[in-house]
Ligand binder design. Structure first.
Ligand SMILES: C[S@@+](CC[C@H](N)C(=O)[O-])C[C@H]1O[C@@H](n2cnc3c(N)ncnc32)[C@H](O)[C@@H]1O
Length: 289
């Protein structure tokens, strides 16, 4: 008897998520689903743009195109980037502990940046990438100028701009601080995450600061990252870890780095390297030339 043909699982493996729900569990499921879909979309687009006629892991060219349409449709059904931003901004609300900017502000103040600026009549220039609100830094207007930007602007004061397509020469050494709060983990391709960090390094003034906020499992429970590996990766780009804040069983990790010269290392950060076994996630950052 001929063997029954195994039915291929649909690429997007749809799950039911109610985009209008504001329950924390539904919110987290939607955010996670978005990350999965965006990663899948980036992989399929990459396959299409590098099409050399060879077999694709997702089937023929037609199947890849179909899968891309399916992914696009599901993103739309979930409400697109707007729904994702809405869910993320609920998580930022004061009733839920507020946004991550409070950690950056308190670290800058600990380092007396506000006093130095006021004494020398200087302004601290902050580029806030992935800004859901235009005025996260309104409490600091006497010494800090914030420039909020996002892939999709939710307010006229937020510049609609992809950080990865900013002109690198006109932004070189322009900013005192760059904030990437829950942005690096949004970028679907591991090598684009590395590029984002390198661009941030180029765009900071000498001695400038990078504020990074990530979901804790990205570092605590990844197959390809550990706290130490990430620290070395960051220093190889030229980011010296000044401060960090996280707790076991917490949700987030916050870092403050200072821009330094890249530290030479024998380690290869351009390829995935399995650092831990067991039930882990696949978050990784790759640094490629
Ligand atoms: C989870 S939200 C984070 C919002 C906020 N910063 C926070 O900490 O809650 C991620 C935001 O980053 C934005 N984003 C992702 N990649 C970006 C890029 N390359 N350039 C600009 N914004 C980006 C997304 O559009 C999204 O609004």
């Amino acid at each position: 008897m001929p063997k029954a043909k195994k039915r291929k699982a649909p690429i997007t493996n749809n799950i039911i998520v109610d985009p209008s729900s504001s329950k924390p569990q539904a919110r987290r499921t939607l955010i996670r689903r978005f990350h999965v879909l965006l990663k899948k979309k980036a992989q399929l687009e990459h396959q299409l743009s590098n099409d050399d006629g060879s077999k694709h892991p997702h089937g023929s060219l037609t199947e890849v195109k179909l899968a891309l349409t399916e992914v696009g449709n599901e993103i739309e059904e979930l409400g697109g980037l707007e729904a994702y931003q809405r869910m993320s901004s609920i998580g930022q609300g004061n009733d839920r502990g507020g946004g991550s900017e409070k950690y950056l502000i308190s670290w800058l103040k600990e380092m007396m940046i506000h006093e130095t600026c006021q004494r020398l009549k200087q302004r601290h220039l902050l580029l806030e990438v992935g800004a859901l609100k235009p005025d996260n830094y309104r409490s600091c207007t006497s010494w800090l100028d914030a420039a909020p930007m996002d892939l999709k602007s939710r307010h006229p004061d937020i510049l609609e701009q992809d950080f990865l397509t900013l002109d690198q020469s006109s932004h070189r050494a322009k900013w005192d601080t760059i904030s990437l709060s829950l942005v690096l983990n949004f970028v679907p391709e591991a090598s684009d995450r590395g590029r984002m960090l390198r661009y941030a390094h180029n765009m900071l003034k000498e001695g400038g600061y990078l504020f990074l906020a990530l979901p804790l499992p990205c570092v605590e429970n990844s197959r390809y990252l550990t706290f130490e590996h990430f620290r070395l990766l960051m220093s190889s780009i030229g980011f010296n870890e000044l401060k960090s804040r996280w707790k076991h069983s917490g949700k987030m990790v916050y870092y403050l780095y200072e821009k330094t010269s890249p530290v030479q290392t024998e380690m290869d950060f351009s390829k995935k390297q399995i650092l831990r076994s067991g039930n882990r996630n696949n978050f990784v950052v790759l640094i490629r030339d």
